[in-house]
Design a protein around this ligand. Structure first.
Ligand code: AMP
Ligand code: ZN
Length: 471
């Protein structure tokens, strides 16, 4: 069975068939962060989702090109630059660095390419020129260049591929200059925004005078430059469906660079929002946690990643600290099982047991059903623990089980908890306890066990000797 996922374009679950006739490569573009501030974990839900899609495609044998842009010029950024008085690059650089650090803390693989909008002004201008030459874009009296929805539709193309739109609402000549607007204010949108005093030093020369690009055209220009005029998968949070992605389609297909009959993007994937008490987690509502807030509360990137990966991407879910704590308990079960396997396997190597990965993959093939895939993982943990308790595992079987887990973890990217190193004095106490036991001084041995417990460590007696574990 092949991989299937929900394509917003066709509003149905479809089998993934890549565009490349070799069937072995996949181009993936994910709209990246707007670096006006530190991203919140709602944003990261979407980026972890993109990471899952990329890793799973790789697991399935595709050579993936994963592109994530950095939106480093748009309305919100310019406002912040104006308010702070810090130059654009300096301002966005700080948040871009923070974003990359957070991505790493969450165990996300670095996208293969991360183009910045400000470094693609030339490509953006060429694309707008092409739209003007084709009669689909025009310069208005305010000096800005707009995309004409009427002309685009007149050329036989469809505006409203991802969402249904009511064109009776559209009044010719109406324009929106903001990047974000609702379906109800359907109007021609800005491709190039003429310089205004509030833009300060943020402007570039262009055939239409000084100005800056609109947000939507940035993604069309960068995705087509790197992945070509038509590519496999485009991904983002569901709030981007309209107008951002709808406008990306209009601009990219309006430029007519695709081969005859081909779409700009074959599969559009959208992740549902992370909610807080029933409302979208967002900066504007003030109901957000940044990754750093959560690390400050003692959670790890790994626990947060696990929690984000336990909900299906099309399901909105409420974020709570209680559930993050529950994530810690689930991971501890997994870690304990892996530690036992590692101890038993020692230096033995063995090929992965295929059935674990087969069951896991059957679950993810079904529109990335992570709940079913985690069920496979935790059933495996239960069965493995049972076999370990009954001493029914050889070191070769333990090594095969570990190799199978590593295949799964190449997709989930949870890793293994680095066993906290016991400090020297704690190790010293363990050694004293071992010496007491050898001397059959069990009273002293028990007293040391109690002392260790008070210090937060427990002794586990295993066939290979005593070892320390955090309580
Ligand atoms: P932005 O930096 O605002 O452009 O957003 C970056 C990504 O985060 C986009 O794909 C958004 O759709 C996504 N996003 C924003 N808020 C949330 C949320 N609460 N839950 C999930 N994704 C979100
Ligand atoms: Zn985008």
């Amino acid at each position: 069975m092949g991989l299937r996922f929900f394509n917003t374009l066709t509003r149905s679950v479809q089998e993934f068939a890549p565009l490349n006739p070799s069937g072995k490569t996949a181009g993936l573009y994910c709209c990246g962060p707007t670096v006006h501030d530190v991203a919140h974990i709602g944003n990261f839900r979407t980026f972890v989702f993109a990471d899952l899609v990329r890793r799973y495609l790789q697991f399935k044998g595709y050579a993936v090109t994963h592109v994530m842009n950095i939106t480093d010029v748009e309305d919100k950024i310019i406002k912040r630059v104006r308010e702070s008085g810090i130059p654009l690059r300096e301002y966005t650089g700080k948040y871009e660095t923070a974003f990359l650090e957070d991505l790493q803390t969450l165990g996300c693989l670095r996208p293969h390419q991360m183009p910045r909008a400000t470094e693609h002004i030339g490509e953006i201008i060429s694309l707008i020129e092409r739209l003007i030459a084709r009669g689909i874009a025009y310069q208005a009296t305010d000096g800005s260049v707009y995309f004409s929805i009427e002309k685009y539709r007149g050329s036989g193309r469809q505006y409203g591929q991802l969402v249904k739109l009511n064109f009776d609402e559209l009044r010719p000549g109406e324009r929106v200059s903001n990047d974000e607007y609702a379906k109800e204010s359907l109007a021609d949108f800005a491709l190039w925004k003429a310089r205004v005093p509030e833009d300060g030093a943020v402007y570039w020369p262009s055939p239409w005078g000084e100005g800056r690009p609109g947000w939507h055209i940035e993604c069309s220009a960068m995705s087509m430059k790197i992945l070509g005029p038509n590519f496999d998968i485009h991904l983002g949070g569901e709030d981007l469906i309209f107008p951002h992605h709808e406008d990306e389609i209009a601009q990219s297909e309006g430029a007519g660079l695709q081969p005859q009959g081909e779409r700009f993007v074959k599969y559009w994937l959208h992740g549902a929002h992370l909610m807080v008490e029933g409302k979208k987690m967002s900066k504007s509502l003030g109901n957000f946690f940044t990754l750093r807030d959560l690390l400050g509360k003692g959670f790890t990137g790994r626990e947060i990643r696990y929690r984000l990966l336990t909900a299906h991407y099309r399901e909105t879910f409420n974020f709570t600290l209680e559930e993050l704590t529950a994530a810690r308990t689930s991971l501890a079960r997994l870690d304990e099982c892996l530690a036992k396997l590692r101890e038993l396997a020692g230096n033995t190597n063995a090929p992965a047991d295929p059935s674990f990965a087969d069951h896991f993959s059957a679950a993810l093939d079904e529109d990335l059903n992570v709940s079913a895939a985690w069920r496979v993982v935790f059933d495996w943990v239960r069965d493995t623990n049972r076999l370990l308790t009954d001493n029914q595992f050889s070191s070769a079987q333990a090594a095969a089980a570990l190799a199978a887990w590593q295949r799964i973890d190449a997709v989930f990217g949870i890793g293994e908890k680095a066993d906290a190193e016991a400090p020297r004095e704690i190790v010293g106490l363990l050694e004293q306890r071992e010496a007491a036991r050898k001397a059959k001084d069990f009273k002293r041995a028990d007293a040391i066990r109690e002392e260790l417990k008070l210090n937060g460590w427990v002794i586990e007696d295993t066939p290979k000797g005593a070892r320390l574990k955090r309580r």
